[in-house]
Design a protein around this ligand. Structure first.
Ligand code: HEC
Length: 124
């Protein structure tokens, strides 16, 4: 009798867990894609700030400005660095090695959205 009560309690407890937990997990999965992309894009882009400026508009000392360049071009350049097909590269070929192609696409979108008008500030 006692063990039956215990089994019932255990089953109810597990059922409650399953019901209580799964909706939370589902809800996170539903809207995570775009949110993670946004946060991930910023985190990935911070690694580029040192040389390209916080908005990608710094364009001196052999560092090309990348702000506002169409995403498809940035993406092709980043993939070319990764594939070792970009001529005259000093650091980018080494840097992009740690990024997946999907992450490079996210970075290309991120800097394509920046305003190239800010490039004037960097040339002062
Ligand atoms: C250590 C400095 C440095 C960092 C950090 C850096 N870059 Fe670069 N980037 C350069 C230089 C210098 C070039 C010119 C090519 C070369 O010498 O490799 C360049 C070229 C590029 C180009 C090609 C632009 C063109 O017109 O040819 C793109 C796109 C680019 N970088 C994107 C990025 C992204 C995205 C990041 C962050 C993941 C990043 N860079 C981080 C220095 C840097």
């Amino acid at each position: 009798m006692q063990s039956l009560t215990f089994k019932l309690a255990a089953i109810l407890f597990l059922a409650a867990l399953a019901v209580g937990v799964s909706p939370v997990v589902l809800a996170e999965d539903e809207n995570s894609a775009s949110e993670v992309d946004q946060r991930q894009a910023k985190m990935l882009a911070v690694a580029c700030y040192n040389c390209h400026g916080t908005d990608g508009s710094y364009g001196e000392d052999g560092v090309p400005a990348i702000a506002g360049v169409p995403s498809s071009i940035l993406r092709a350049q980043l993939l070319a660095f990764k594939a070792g097909q970009m001529p005259n590269t000093t650091v980018m070929n080494r840097l992009v090695g740690g990024y997946s192609e999907a992450e490079l696409a996210v970075l290309a979108d991120y800097f394509a959205d920046k305003s190239p008008a800010d490039a004037d500030d960097a040339s002062e």
